[in-house]
Write a protein that binds this ligand. Structure first.
Ligand code: PNS
Length: 161
């Protein structure tokens, strides 16, 4: 049974993330979506809300599970007994950074490997950062995120942040 870790901040989950999750769910036995809890950098959505939105977005995918983590990815992979992780690759700008992280995780994780999955055509421009910015300025994000995320951000009180 091949299980794979898909880590990220998911602040919020986007259609780009969903593209990677769906394709992984089709080729691996289980996909564990690992949501970073970063207390030093709280982000926009509360951690519990990010998890809720991932779980709702992935409800139709029986072999996808979302977990919270803090600390090192390599430690989470060891706890989960997982030896492979997937990162989405939108373009060349992502590549050098992902390559460096892959080397570090392979060392820390004693062989923990990283597979880089290129975005599907038409998904390369989608990022959580841009989604947050457009949503904050009350723009339409319905082509960028799952419906539940669009609904959650439409009623989000940005002025509280
Ligand atoms: O969605 P993001 O913000 O690009 O995800 C970044 C993430 C969660 C993959 C990265 O911050 C991370 O790996 N955090 C865990 C800390 C860690 O293990 N660092 C060492 C490996 S570089």
């Amino acid at each position: 049974m091949t299980r794979v870790l898909y880590p990220g901040s998911f602040d919020p989950i986007t259609l780009g993330h969903m593209d990677v999750i769906r394709r992984c769910a089709a080729v691996f036995d289980e996909v564990v979506v690992a949501v970073l809890r970063n207390t030093a950098k709280p982000g926009l959505l509360q951690h519990a809300e990010r998890l809720r939105l991932i779980r709702e977005s992935c409800a139709g995918l029986g072999n996808v599970r979302a977990v919270a983590f803090s600390g090192l990815l390599a430690d989470l992979a060891a706890r989960e007994g997982i030896h492979l992780m997937v990162k989405g690759l939108r373009g060349v700008l992502d590549f050098e950074n992902e390559k460096a992280q892959a080397h570090i995780n392979r060392t820390l994780g004693k062989g923990l490997e990283t597979v880089l999955m290129p975005s599907s055509a038409g998904m390369e421009h989608i990022s959580s950062t841009l989604v947050r910015e457009v949503a904050m300025l009350k723009g339409d994000i319905s082509d960028l995120v799952p419906q539940c995320v669009a609904d959650a951000l439409r009623s989000f009180h940005f002025e509280q942040r």
